[in-house]
Design a protein around this ligand. Structure first.
Ligand code: MLT
Length: 200
């Protein structure tokens, strides 16, 4: 997959896997990565799907309606890519924290839903419930930060709470941070994610 890898200065730090929203690319979240942890390595990936020229991580049939077959295939593709990238760039596959926004948060959530060893932790900005067909694996002790908006028209507050419950029931340690905004990723939300990350 097309990506940027930036070697961190502290090898003990996790590798931050950056997953952009629809219309973003591998450059979109680099500033957020260096804000969250300036010493960490960064693997920032571009989604392989193009929707009228807009990069995404999986196809959708309409706004908020996912192509479940494609989601499954793309989730496996990304899972395999992370392992390959760990070999190529020589980082510890077991020490990866995903940071995704919107469509990128949705594929990160689906990785959590389908593999118990996807990530050491995850920051999900405005995720939806990625699928309701899977029995979640054991996610005991995996820390997950969810950034949500009380007025998010794409991901309702109810859906955020549903996602929180599904992850918590699988054993994850979930923290939901609410902003009174919509679907946009705001600086206060990034700051809240940083405070959460610094406590890991
Ligand atoms: C999705 O398709 O993943 C969600 O609707 C969010 C987005 O607009 O990308």
């Amino acid at each position: 997959m097309k990506h940027i890898f930036q070697q961190g200065t502290n090898p003990a730090k996790p590798t931050l896997l950056m997953l952009h929203g629809t219309e973003g690319d591998e450059n979109s979240l680099l500033a957020i990565a260096s804000h969250i942890d300036p010493e960490a390595s960064v693997l920032s990936v571009r989604g392989n799907v193009s929707e009228n020229g807009m990069p995404r991580f999986f196809k959708r049939l309409a706004e908020g309606v996912f192509d479940m077959e494609d989601l499954k295939i793309r989730t496996e593709e990304l899972y395999e890519f992370i392992a390959q990238a760990a070999k190529e760039h020589n980082f510890n596959r077991e020490n990866v924290i995903a940071i995704g926004y919107s469509n990128g948060a949705n594929i990160a959530a689906n990785l959590l839903f389908t593999h118990e060893d996807s990530f050491k932790g995850a920051i999900l900005h405005h995720p939806m419930v990625p699928n309701r067909e899977t029995a979640l694996p054991d996610l005991t002790t995996i820390p997950v930060f969810i950034g949500a908006g009380t007025n998010d028209p794409i991901c309702s507050a109810e859906e955020t709470t549903e996602l929180e419950k599904l992850l918590t029931n699988a054993g994850a340690k979930v923290e939901v941070h609410w902003e009174e905004f919509g679907h946009q990723l705001t600086m206060p939300e990034v700051e809240a994610a940083k405070i959460w990350y610094d406590k890991l």
